[in-house]
Ligand binder design. Sequence first.
Ligand code: NDP
Length: 465
Amino acid sequence: MAAGFGAKVVVIEEFRVGGTCVIRGCVPKKLYVYASRFSDLFDVAGSFGWQVDARFDWPTLVANKETEITRLEAAYVSALEAPGVDIIRDRAVVTGANSIKLIKSGQELEAEHILIATGGHPRVPDIPGAELGITSNEAFDLAALPHSILIEGGGYIAVEFATIFAGLGVNTTIIYRGDCLLRGFDMDMRRGLESGLQNRGIKLIYQTTIRSLERQGDDVSVAFSDGVTAPFGAVMFATGRVANVEGLGLETAGVEINDAGNITVDVYSQTTCPSIYAVGDVTGRAALTPVAIREGWYFAETVYNDNPLAVDHSMIPTAVFAEPELGVIGLTEQEAATHGDVDIYVSRFRPMMNTLSTRTDRMILKLITEPNGGKVLGCHILGPGAAEMIQLVAIPLSVQATKADFDRAMALHPSAAEEPGYIQVTKLLLPERHQGLAPIVPWQVGQGLLSPCQMDRGKRFGRTA
Ligand code: NDP
């Protein structure tokens, strides 16, 4: 985009072009989620009269994933080269407000502006034997599927990879230091997801951590914080991510790193060094690809198109590609209740796909609104198609649609997505419960400001450890 606005642009990349999302994140993850979901389909296939004799071949999936990632990487390179961007395969270190040095070639470059978009890497707990564990970086390319896996963490990556491994037939256990997965998400969704994972055979160990790992033949022996020891085929850490700020020379230019280890930026992504900007996971705002893309786009608009734009981080749709799938936007019931009087609409029902089978999974749809059919402040969906639905729900919410607007839309039947138009108030949070609480703060859509509610909610987007 900057090149499109006429800037002379050089991208310096030490690995493959595409970043975490394309190379070892969202894209391969979603492909593996698709692979893992066949087991659910095979499970219900019998109820529709199908007889399926299926076998899974891991190397085929890994190889096909690699082909697709390579294709995408080439597409990204072409998209950079088309407007005239130069790509240098090296590692850069900042040497001043307007200069960098390339590590391999030793070359020095000067630029009017420097944009840091170095992303992050998995955090591995500092415990004896930690090197015997894997992270999401290695999980995609294992030589073979383990017979069992223990995944530590209770966030997006733990839950998504547990879904993948369990769906592919691996005996899967999640160990989490808290008492319910996905801290920061709506409690109904967390409980619904928990039982959905358990229905698929995933074991959950709460309020426990891994104390140490030791090699035991082909397995890894795990010592837990409660004194128990058990062997697993593999151990994976999904214990959060850390911004890639080490060794970048940022201190030489006065670029401030905040207490959480991320680069401090203002609403225009400008760092404490005026010529240096930063976008994406390295800033710790919302570690999500579309947010990083938007931050980069607005950086280019601001700096090279004389059009200052600040990203609005207040209404970000997000999905956890687990099984069941979770899609959310806006306030949770717990957050809304601390800001004022709200109405809660909840609907639980069996997805139609399961009605011929004995499966007991329930889909959950939940709306949080201002009282009496007012503005929709949050929408939470657990079940098939949740991510696709929530992306479209983001559109009416971005123009401050009300529950009455949702009700007015003609339903499409039979679908799960028609449900929000039908559900009646389930819970009225009574005014007396809110005495002394601040009123609901309206969304500051389009102003590029975090609302107080959003600030409280940093955890959902990995902003706080
Ligand atoms: P999260 O921050 O979501 O989860 C980290 C988990 O690890 C939390 O449950 C945390 O516990 C736990 N944890 C942290 N430190 C320790 C420790 N020392 N010992 C034990 N447990 C620990 O991080 P993820 O790595 O799962 O994902 C990183 C970010 O990447 C996400 O926040 C999200 O923004 C993004 N992402 C988005 C995806 C999507 O859009 N579908 C998919 C994957 C990642 P506690 O809850 O107690 O803090």
